[in-house]
Structure formats: structure tokens, C-alpha cells
Design a protein around this ligand. Structure first.
Ligand code: DAT
Ligand code: MG
Length: 141
């Protein structure tokens, strides 16, 4: 087996709508484990660093503001190929295109804001996962 770790965030829209439990339920039912988790308000510098790849894009500032609009639930999940597995479970970035059965497809709605509010973040590659886990959970063994 290829046991991986991934950084997952329940974004402010998910926390506000009290969907954290439903999201964790889907992660656990799929066979992945939560190995670290907390509710926290993010400092701007952390959000800008986390989303550094999107700096300069038209949705960057709205994305940062959105991520600062309320607390998030940050977690590290673990499981066989969990980086790709969580991305599959999340569905497409655009909630309108996300397939039914996915977190975004079932639970997120495009509310017409400049930035897409799509409930969750999940690392997109092993390199991203390593970088993001260090950023959010520097003390995790
Ligand atoms: P993902 O979260 O699926 O990995 P991403 O890394 O490309 O997507 O973008 C980060 C977030 O930025 C995404 O979850 C929602 C927002 N976003 C991405 N592309 C966007 C766009 N074209 N318009 C508005 N918001 C966008
Ligand atoms: Mg991404």
C-alpha cells in the first residue's frame, strides 16, 4: 500500500453551514483517517503562502478574503493514496460542474461571488501535501 497524508481544510463556508461533521463522515466512510485536526482563524500570511500558486490571478484577493471570513477546520488525513482519493471525493473545483456524490457536487452551490466557495481544500500532489502539512501542522511527526 501507498500510505499518504493530505492537508484538508473545511473552508469558512463549510464551518458556517455546520457541514464539518458531514465532511469528516465522508472521509471516514471512505476509509481515510483524521490524524490531526483543529478549528482556527487563519492569519493572512498563512493563507497567502498556502495559495502562493494563485498570486496574481484575478480571484486571488477574493480568495484570500474568503479564507479570512471565518474560522476553518484544518486537518491531516491519512490513507492509501489519500491525496487523490480526497480530490475524487471533493469533486471539481466549480460546484456546478462537480459530480453528484461528491462533497462539492452534493453540498456546494455557486453563489455568484468573485471567488468560488466550494467548502473544502485538499492537497493536489505529494509535493503540495508535504508543503501544506508543514505550513499548517509544523509540529506533526
Ligand atoms: P482546488 O481547490 O480545486 O484545488 P484551485 O487550487 O485551482 O482549485 O483554486 C483554489 C481555489 O480558488 C478554489 O478552490 C476556488 C478558487 N478558484 C479557483 N479558480 C477560480 C476561478 N476561475 N474563479 C473563481 N475562483 C476560483
Ligand atoms: Mg488547489
Amino acid at each position: 500500500t501507498l500510505v499518504e497524508r493530505s492537508l484538508v481544510l473545511v473552508k469558512p463556508d463549510g464551518v458556517k453551514r455546520a457541514l464539518t461533521g458531514a465532511i469528516i463522515d465522508r472521509i471516514e466512510r471512505k476509509g481515510m483517517r483524521v490524524i490531526a485536526m483543529d478549528l482556527r482563524s487563519l492569519p493572512r500570511e498563512l493563507v497567502e503562502e498556502h495559495y502562493a500558486e494563485h498570486q496574481g490571478k484575478p480571484f486571488f484577493e477574493p480568495l484570500v478574503s474568503f479564507m479570512l471570513s471565518g474560522p476553518v477546520v484544518a486537518m491531516v488525513i491519512e490513507g492509501h493514496r489519500c491525496i487523490e482519493a480526497f480530490r475524487t471525493l471533493s469533486g471539481a473545483t466549480d460546484p456546478v460542474k462537480a459530480a453528484p456524490g461528491t462533497i462539492r457536487g452534493d453540498l456546494a452551490t455557486d453563489v455568484g461571488t468573485t471567488v468560488v466557495q466550494n467548502l473544502v481544500h485538499g492537497s493536489d500532489s505529494p509535493a503540495s501535501a508535504e508543503r501544506e502539512i508543514k505550513l499548517f501542522f509544523p509540529d506533526l511527526a
